[in-house]
Each structure stands twice: as C-alpha cells, then as structure tokens.
Ligand binder design. Structure first.
Ligand code: SF4
Length: 689
C-alpha cells in the first residue's frame, strides 16, 4: 500500500480510491490510489483538487438554535423533545427526514433505523431520489430486485457501448478515461451517444443520436421491434429466463420512429450495430432517470438486453451509473421512502423481518413520502417536523423557492450540515454541525456494487460530530438507547451486514452477511470489494432473477412525452445538469479557485437561431422564466444543442449568485412510479435583461 490514508473520493458514483497524506497543518496532499479497482491510479479534475477544499473558514462548528449558539445537550434535547411532541400530537406521519447520498452507509443506516423502526414512519427520502430512483424502480420491475448486473470492466470489454443521457466525460470522468483508453487500444470498439446535446462525451462517439428530448422510450421500442424483426433474439435465454415478451413487442411495434426526431438512416445504423454486436453495454444516467417517464425509459432499454440475452456476461448488460458517491449505499440501507433496509420492501414479510431484527419499537408499515411530495407536505403543514442531513434541497429540488418557503414556515426545521452558509441552513431553525469528508469514518458503495472505506485523516473541527452519533443521541433521548448503543462505525457496519444476511437464503441479491463477523481491526483494514453475483461478480448471466418465478420481466412501455410541453408563451425546453468542475451546490468544489476557472459563472446555453430570434448575443445577461420561477444567467450561444432547447447548470446557489439558482425555475413534475423529478424538461422563455 502507498503511504498515507486510503480513502474514497466524496464526489461521484465512480467511487475512486484516494490516498491522502496530511501535512500536519490542516491540509493534505491528495493522490490517486493505484490499488483501487475503480480508478486504478486515475483521478479527475475534481478529485485531484480535493486538497484545495479542506479549509475550515466556512464550516458550521457549533450547534445553533434560532441563530444562537447552544450546547449539544440543549440542541439534542430540543430535537428529541420536538419529535416526541409532534408525534404525540399529530402522529408519526407528521415527521420526516430528508437525507443524502453524501452520507456514509453507517450514517444512512442509523437514520433509516431510527425513523422506520422507532418513530413509526417511512417519511424519509434521500436526494438520491433526484439521481437514480427511476433506475431502482426499473430494475425491480425487470429483475425483481434493485440489482446492477455488471461491472466497470464491462465497458472496456464491450464491442459496442451505448451511452444514454450521460455526459460521462464530465459527470463520471474516470470511467470516461477508462472507456477512452479501451477504445484507443481497440479502435474497432464502437461508441454511440444518445443525448439531445452534443457534449464532450461525443468526442469519442462513432454515432451521436441527438434525439428529441424525452423520446428515449420511442427509440428503444423501435430498437426492440427492429431486433425482433431481424431475428436478433436469444431464444434460449428468453424462453428459460424471461416472461412478457409478446406484450412488450406488441407495444413496441406500434411506436412511431419519427417521434425521436432523428434521421431514419441514423436509427438504422444504430439498429444494425446493436443487432450485429454480441458484446453490448448500455450505460445510462440522469437523461434517462430524471424524467416523468424515467422508469419506462429504464425498462425500454433493459428490454433490448433481455431480448438478446446480453446481460451479466463480460462486456454485456444495461448499466445504471449513479451520480452520488453513496447512492448505492443508500439503496442498500433502504434510504428511499418506498424501500426497507437490505434491499427489502414494504411487503408484510419484509416489514416483520426487519422489525424483528431491529426489535423495533414502532415499525413503519407502509411507504412514506417521496422527495417532491415530502416538501409539498411540509409546505401544506401536514409535516410539522423535518430533519435534513447533508443536503441542500433549497437549491437542488425543483420549484426550489417553494421548498425554501416550506422550510421557513415549518414548525420544527432541523439541518445537520458541515457548511455554515447554505440556503438550506439559512432556512432551518436548528443547525447541527456535522463532520465532513476527511473527518468522518465509514463505508460507501459505488455504481458497480463496490464497497470501499472512507477513512478520516483530519481531526474533527470545533464541536462537529458524525451523523450516526447525532442520530443515536436523539434516539437515546427518545428512550431507544439500547437499539442505538453503537461504540463506533464498525458496530453499525456489522449490524447492517447481519441484517443483509438475516433470513436471506438467496431470496435477496444484497447479502454481505459474511461481514457481520469482521472484528474492528478487519473493518479498519477493509479493502474495496464488490458484493454479490456469481464467481465473476456479475448477476443474471444465466438467469436467476429475483421475481418469485426467478424470471425477468419484459415491460411493455408505451412512449409518452414530458408532462409540461412548450407552448407559445414558453417555447423553449430547459435542460439542467452539471459542469465538469463543480459538484452539487458547490459547497466543496466552490472553494477551489482552479475548479472555478472552468465555468466561473452560471450560463444558459442557447442555439444560435434561438438567440438571434431574441436579439441575444454571446455574453449577454438574460432572464429565464417558467411557470414556477426565474433565473438570471449569462448567455452562451452554441450549436451543441438542438434549436428550441436550452441548457443550464444546477450548481449555483443564492449564496453565490442570487439569481443564477436555476432550480427555482424548474418544474416539479415527477415520474408516477419512481417519484423522480423531470429536471431535464421545463418549458421556459428567455429574454435579454
Ligand atoms: Fe471523484 Fe468521480 Fe472524479 Fe473519481 S471520477 S475522482 S469519484 S469525482
């Protein structure tokens, strides 16, 4: 092992290994971990700049109530008493947690156990709802479990990689580097990018399908029908391991290919390459998930892999790449309001099983509210106490001004946060200082099911504490001390592992029960490992799905378009996303001057014809208005997007750029199954200021 502390990058779902060497003055030298299987010695610009983000000047270091510093005793007593009183007067449905894919698995586990097992409600949702909830629901419909079948190395082994709704080059740069290197070494490998925008990812594309926004289901239905017509069917796999093909095909065959807005020759080329290539990986991300038809998009593309039997074998399969560093750990502990711990659900048997394991005092028996509806309930006064941990919903949720209003009006609003000045901290009454990356201790799971340790290498600043400790102290004050009497993160990890193996016997994909016997030293030394799968760590290569009949399901997906369509008043479609060198609401990356240099201010990208029609030139300042709100951004004229569409990054907050906070204008429509917001399709108008 290289000298220094081996830990994991806190940004994206690639989950790169990092070696941090403290300088003894509060800083650290950051280097890539050559031994980590995810990055194998690589880092991207964000990971490499982590050493520039360790200063403490912006940190929340002491508990506060109504702007006044208080002791931990007072803060914790107030939180516990507030929850006790609210539940007593209004029932468990009047309280909620909103947590984060930035939490470590152990913190995530503690939050879920407290609210679902001891407060009696599943009103806990995570910002991962904005990231991959559609993928979770699509996996469950197809596989009977929320399982990512393949591994990162499949991108390198494939002969055709289809990237759908993913700007991999900017959002998961190390995976892009791996793909780019594989293509350079083997130029016959083909890459297809399916994205309305021509992003940097297209630099390695052999074919860019700049489809009409929201038409992904139509495209994959056309592909499914075309593959069947050409006889590109793995009949043995379909007959032995699936059901529902006839219904899915019948719907696919009715799909109008022109709905995609693509030249028919491009669709024909895509079909031809997909039909002729055995080793195909379809990687997808937020362009698929963040949609009111997100779950159908996921199933439409999975259908094509089931038809061809290309799943769970080297170089083959659908692959959901998550945005958050620990979205997958959140899925494992059941951090979504509609899931239970250890990949269990709200069926009676699972509720009973988890309740017995936890010796729950008051077990939630039904799913809770999903992120957008949760904050609507806060705004309507149905939720009277909300505790937010490690996330900034006042900027990151759609219709963001309504979220701010909701929090300001809430009777008891609590935030656990590392940073002193965020728009969510400003809106909350009780502020609890939490440890940040470099100080906290635990595990994370990356997009290929790889569990890695995140280790502390700097001392805790001020009075900041780790989230699991804060939660345990509140639980103790509510009379549940015994169930939360953990001595440290190793105790929590062992309990989490034991629950995954509890009465499992192959029923559930997630089973790390063997880790329940790790002693403290073994946990401390834990090396990255991928959970589940067969001997090669992949799932489903030879069936073995998790529906009761062990078959996968084709899902009939009828193409439908975004909920809010452009009209004469708001004729442009606003798409939101990320830029290369910023992360979420910039609380960490915003501290690096080097990173800020890439995109120093919020900008709205516009097609030259749309800009000309509005008298706008590159560099002008423009107002973006929707039915929900507005933003003010600098205009960047580019032909990298389709005429009629606009793109803006989601990172800027009121702390940095009061009017550049684009989620104030984004519509709150959600997928009816996953509850994931349609962050990529809001009708807007844009005018010069
Ligand atoms: Fe961190 Fe993701 Fe970059 Fe890896 S690719 S260094 S995990 S931001």
């Amino acid at each position: 092992m290289t000298a220094g502390v081996h830990t994991t990058c806190p940004y994206c779902g690639v989950g790169c290994g990092i070696v941090a060497t403290p300088d003894g003055k509060g800083g650290a030298a950051i280097a890539a971990d050559h031994d980590h299987p995810a990055n194998q010695g690589r880092l991207c610009s964000k990971g490499a700049a982590l050493g520039e983000t360790l200063s403490l000047g912006d940190r929340l270091l002491h508990p506060e109530i109504d702007g006044q510093r208080v002791s931990w005793e007072v803060a914790l007593d107030t939180v516990a008493e507030g929850f006790r009183k609210t539940i007593e007067e209004h029932g468990p449905g009047a309280v909620a947690f909103y947590v984060s894919g930035q939490l470590l698995t152990e913190d995530y586990y503690a939050a879920n156990k407290l609210i679902k097992g001891f407060l009696g409600t599943a009103n806990i949702d995570t910002n991962s709802r904005l990231c991959m909830a559609s993928s979770v629901a699509g996996h469950k419909r197809a596989f009977g479990s929320d399982t990512v079948p393949g591994l990162y190395e499949d991108f390198e082994l494939a002969d055709l990689v289809v990237l759908v709704g993913s700007n991999l080059a900017w959002c998961h740069p190390v995976l892009f580097q791996r793909l780019e290197a594989a293509k350079r070494a083997r130029p016959s490998m083909k890459v297809v990018v399916v994205d309305p925008r021509r992003t940097e990812t297209c630099d390695i594309a052999d074919l860019h399908l700049a489809l009409k926004p929201g038409s992904d289901v139509a495209l994959f239905n056309v592909l499914l029908a075309g593959l069947a017509e050409r006889g590109a069917i793995d009949r043995r796999f379909v007959e032995q391991h699936t059901s529902g093909l006839d219904e899915a095909l019948a719907v696919a065959r009715t799909t109008d290919a022109t709905a995609c807005g693509l030249p028919s020759a491009e669709i024909a080329t895509f079909l031809d390459w997909f039909a002729r290539t055995d080793k195909v990986v379809t990687l997808y991300s937020q362009g698929v998930n963040q949609s009111s038809a997100g779950v159908d998009k996921v199933n439409a593309l999975i259908n094509c892999h089931l038809l061809t039997g290309r799943i769970g074998r080297p170089g083959m399969g659908p692959f959901s790449i998550t945005g958050q560093p620990n979205a997958m750990g959140g899925r494992e502990v059941g951090a979504l309001s509609n899931t239970l711990a250890a990949h269990m659900d709200f069926g009676a048997a699972d509720v009973d099983r988890v309740g017995r394991f936890w010796r729950a005092a008051r077990m939630a028996t039904k799913p809770g509210l999903k992120a957008v509806e949760l904050f609507e309930a806060v705004r309507a006064g149905r939720i009277k106490a909300v505790w937010i941990m490690a996330t900034n919903p006042v900027d990151s949720l759609p219709d963001a001004d309504a979220v701010r209003e909701a929090l300001r009006a809430c009777e008891l609003s609590i935030v656990s946060e590392a940073i002193r000045a965020t728009d969510t901290v400003d809106a909350c009454r009780i502020r609890l200082p939490a440890l940040a990356w470099a100080e906290k201790d635990g595990t994370v799971t990356n997009s290929e099911r790889g569990i890695s340790r995140q280790r502390p290498f700097l001392p805790p600043p001020g009075e900041a504490r780790q989230d699991w400790w804060i939660l345990s102290e509140v639980a103790r004050r509510l009379g549940h001390g015994e169930a939360f009497a953990w001595r440290g993160v190793a105790d929590i990890f062992r309990e989490h592992a034991a629950l995954s193996g509890f009465e499992n016997e192959g029923r559930r994909d997630f089973d790390i029960g063997a880790c329940a016997t790790l002693d403290d030293a073994a946990y401390e030394a834990l090396k990255p490992f991928v959970w589940g799968g067969g001997s090669d760590k992949r799932f489903f290569g030879d069936g073995g799905f998790f529906h009761a009949d062990r078959r996968a399901r084709f899902v009939a997906t009828k193409a439908r378009f975004p909920v809010n369509a452009p009209d004469g008043a708001r004729p442009l479609i606003l798409n939101t996303g990320r830029v290369r060198d910023q992360w979420h609401t910039m609380t960490r990356t915003g501290k690096s001057v080097r990173l800020a240099g890439h995109r120093p201010e919020p900008a709205i990208e516009l097609h030259p014809r749309d800009a000309a029609a509005r008298g706008l030139s590159d560099g002008d300042i423009a107002e973006v208005t929707s039915a929900w709100g507005r933003g003010v951004l600098r205009v960047h004229v580019t032909d990298s997007l389709r005429c009629g569409e606009a793109f803006a990054p989601m990172h800027w907050t009121a702390q940095v750029s009061r009017a550049g906070r684009i989620n104030a204008a984004v519509n709150p429509a959600v997928d009816p199954i996953s509850g994931q917001p349609e962050l990529k399709h809001t009708p807007v108008e844009i005018r010069r200021l």
